[in-house]
Design a protein around this ligand. Sequence first.
Ligand SMILES: Cc1cc2nc3c(=O)[nH]c(=O)nc-3n(C[C@H](O)[C@H](O)[C@H](O)COP(=O)(O)OP(=O)(O)OC[C@H]3O[C@@H](n4cnc5c(N)ncnc54)[C@H](O)[C@@H]3O)c2cc1C
Length: 485
Amino acid sequence: MLTQPRVVIVGGGISGLATAHYLHRRLGADVQLSLVEGGTRLGGKIATERFGGHLVDVGPDALMVRAPAAAALVEDLGLGEFVVAPAGSGARIWSRGALRRLPAGTLFGIPDRLLPLMKSRLLSPLGLARAALDIVLPARSSLPADPTIAELVRPRMGRQVFDRLVDPLLGGVHAGRADELSARSTAPDIEALGRDNRSLYLGLRRRRRNAPPKPAGAPGGAALVTFSGGLARLIDALADRVAGDDVRLGSAAVSVSREGSGTGYLVALADGTVIPADAVVLATPAFVAAGLVAAEAPDLAAALGGIPYVDVATICLAYPRSAVAHDLDGTGFLVPPEEGRLIVGCTWSSVKWPHLADENTVLIRCMVGRRRDQRWVSLDDDTLVSQVHAELVEAMGLTGRPTEHHIERWLQGMPQYVVGHEARLAAAEEALVRLPGIHLTGSAYRGVGLASCVADAERTAGRIAQVLSDAQVLSDTRARSEASA
Ligand SMILES: Cc1cc2nc3c(=O)[nH]c(=O)nc-3n(C[C@H](O)[C@H](O)[C@H](O)COP(=O)(O)OP(=O)(O)OC[C@H]3O[C@@H](n4cnc5c(N)ncnc54)[C@H](O)[C@@H]3O)c2cc1C
């Protein structure tokens, strides 16, 4: 082992950067860090562009600061003064020709109050009666070991709750379909609710009554926030923390292999450079990590390659205010798959985020693409903008065309925690036992949101720091006993 251990981090998204940050927090300057990023900038999916006269996020647009790791990171990086909480609240669902309010107090669309659900007119009277049946239906006889969200919700609350509430919410967050996503891996709260309660409705009400007070999150209690200047501010602050390290942009890793018979590894880059490492963090999408270790560990590559991804895109549109007669009361809307639309979710960005408010322009951001609906991929930019605009006209009654647009295509952008995800992770962990020093972190594994990526990065850095410190103690002890012999 080197006197100053060297860690190579592959991937400069939030996961790789946060791992580097926490490694320095744990080990200070006692570690040599190399961060290799295949693209020409840091940030990965976090991308902030100048659009419509503002700095607009074209990847993720909100950070969950109610999650302790994310809140701590914001404080640690001194970003508190830049935090922006959303101005609007409440989403709508575009269902059967109208933008209907999402009833308050749902857990991923599962309702715990019947009156707001009734008032939303999202369900037909029959659908409402079917949802209420959950209260009296007998307990289910058995559940699969790793049930889908559909298997937990549909038999209890019926098709309409599932199709018009649960599925669109999961589409908006995961670009996934609730009849494929593992409840345990994607929405553990739903899995616990379904396993521990006969009735979802009553279980949810009980859960709310007994819930401890929520952590404060941002000032004003906002759970999801951004920063003035967009989420790029988070990346810039993390990039500052690694400024003294060996950071290489435009340097794609092509393989990771063992260094001879020793405990170290070699990270080979596309330009032919090879970096020796005591530990390697793979903070890339899972399919990239699979390719990097394919020759060294086919079993690990097989487990990682089994994690599916979905292509999504964000389409930002700037409309003259005169073209928008809609009240824009809320943050935007989600679209159930049963509607057959291209738009999966729409954010009224200049209403949701105060720093994007503009007297003359309304900024709207749409997401397209979800599992089993990849129609958008084959559309050229003009057609994509026209089709999304046409749907917005229908949903919101817009009367003018956008003056500006920006399309960001995120091919294989969203990992899907489909049934069997936990088993795939277990297989990967098992394979990693034979590769001590290789670590996996990122959105493919233990949470797709930025906050989960940050928490996973902190755990990864903690594990590496522990191993390196133990090895250092061992080598110091050896050196002392050799000196005294
Ligand atoms: C459209 C969209 C909207 C989203 N909205 C939200 C949201 O509002 N809130 C939220 O919390 N989450 C959101 N997410 C999820 C979140 O953005 C991601 O899960 C998170 O950014 C993933 O970070 P990461 O670092 O794990 O991966 P990435 O950001 O994908 O970073 C991986 C990095 O590895 C690099 N790389 C790839 N191959 C190589 C190689 N061979 N060598 C070196 N480098 C390589 C890539 O270039 C990239 O920079 C959204 C995602 C998308 C796509």
